[in-house]
Design a protein around this ligand. Structure first.
Ligand code: F6P
Length: 357
């Protein structure tokens, strides 16, 4: 008899269910007797003993379902060593629940923060296998995270829709794309939708350069401009501010996010009125795209194989289209950012896309 636990932690994304299905189907086909426990709402369920014994029926028909059947929540890594309000030691509680259920392995589907906790539990002696989930694609050690391409599709469609109305009205539009501190999602969706300006956190923008790009389009007889702007993008001047000063500046000017700051800068300097669209959490919702279904199934099966091989303390990633096992303590805490000299950036610049630098 083998017993395994599953949890989905952090901001959700598409293909969480598909990944769990991949793990469990591959295990069920290769293990004589299997018990699968699902911890509810991420690490919260593991801390407080909120779990469900899952059956094969739970894993049927979920390949195409968005969200996560286990629920998810954020349990910040920085607080994980701090006792809860009743004095409970969270790490100890998770270990106790793992041992109480006599688990042979815990599969953690999560992003950067969840990965750090997975690594901690592994260092504490639990058998842990991590699967890289996030629309941000910012996990070090894997070319791709599941959820990313589904989000690219949604952000691309949003920018496509903006394109037609921007063209009809000869307007300047900003579409603000998710991605947290990295620009992968904006870069891919921006290129896929033919955005004229792409601003990402890794390349601080200069407002004069952005205006130059808009002016150039006007001079070329194109009445509209579409800007794909990452939520984490920042102008070069703001980089000089501390986090606190930046927050204060945004609040003082009533800028809910960088898109509003940029729109205001454009208006003040050029008189151009700018419209803003923020697709927000739609980018994390709905069914996984076919690529993510295939990727997450492959990662799930590879995770099951790592379990069968007794190879723990690993993240299952994909590199050069092959699944790989990456040591958790190598990947945890590192961010995969867009390098300024990435080939993709160079190609985009050759196309005439402005990055505001
Ligand atoms: O990490 C995934 C993500 O969707 C980021 O792109 C975004 O910055 C963040 O989560 C939003 O978090 P929340 O759902 O907590 O608002």
């Amino acid at each position: 008899m083998k017993r395994v636990g599953l949890l989905t932690s952090g901001g959700d994304c598409q293909a969480l269910n598909a990944t769990m299905r991949g793990i469990v189907k591959a295990l069920a086909n290769n293990v004589d007797e299997l018990e699968v426990y699902g911890f509810m709402n991420g690490y919260h369920g593991m801390i407080y003993g909120d779990y469900r014994l899952l059956t094969s029926r739970d894993f049927s028909g979920i390949l195409t379902k968005g969200g996560t059947m286990l629920g998810s929540s954020r349990t910040p890594f920085k607080d994980i060593r701090k006792p809860d309000e009743k004095g409970l030691d969270k790490v100890e509680a998770m270990k106790q629940n793992y041992y109480k259920l006599r688990l042979d392995c815990l599969f953690v589907l999560g992003g950067n923060g969840s990965q750090k906790t997975a690594n901690l539990l592994s260092e504490e002696g639990l058998n842990v296998i991590h699967l890289p989930k996030t629309i941000d694609n910012d996990i070090w050690g894997t070319d791709m995270t599941f959820g990313f391409y589904s989000a690219v599709n949604i952000a691309t469609e949003a920018i496509d829709c903006i394109h037609t109305t921007a063209a009809s009205h000869n307007r300047v539009f900003i579409v603000e794309v998710m991605g947290h501190k990295v620009g992968w999602l904006t870069l891919y969706a921006g290129i896929a939708s033919g955005a004229d300006v792409i601003l990402i956190p890794e390349i601080p923008y200069h407002i004069d350069k952005v205006l130059e790009a808009i002016d150039k389009r006007t001079r070329d007889g194109k009445g509209f401009t579409v800007l794909a702007v990452a939520e984490g993008a920042v102008c070069a001047e703001d980089l000089k501010l501390s986090k606190k000063e930046y927050k204060k500046k945004m609040e003082k000017n009533n800028y809910p996010s960088v898109a509003y700051e940029l729109a205001d800068q454009i208006l003040k300097k050029s008189g151009n009125e700018v419209r803003i669209t923020v697709p927000g959490h739609t980018q994390r919702g709905g069914a996984p795209c076919p690529y993510d279904r295939a990727l997450s199934t492959r990662l799930g099966v590879a995770a099951a194989q790592a379990f069968l091989d007794g190879d723990f303390g690993k993240m299952i990633g994909i590199r050069n289209n092959k699944t790989v096992r990456v040591k958790l303590n190598e990947s945890a805490g590192k961010l995969k950012v867009v390098e300024k000299d990435d080939q993709f950036i160079k190609e985009a610049k050759l196309l005439g896309i402005s990055f505001g630098d």
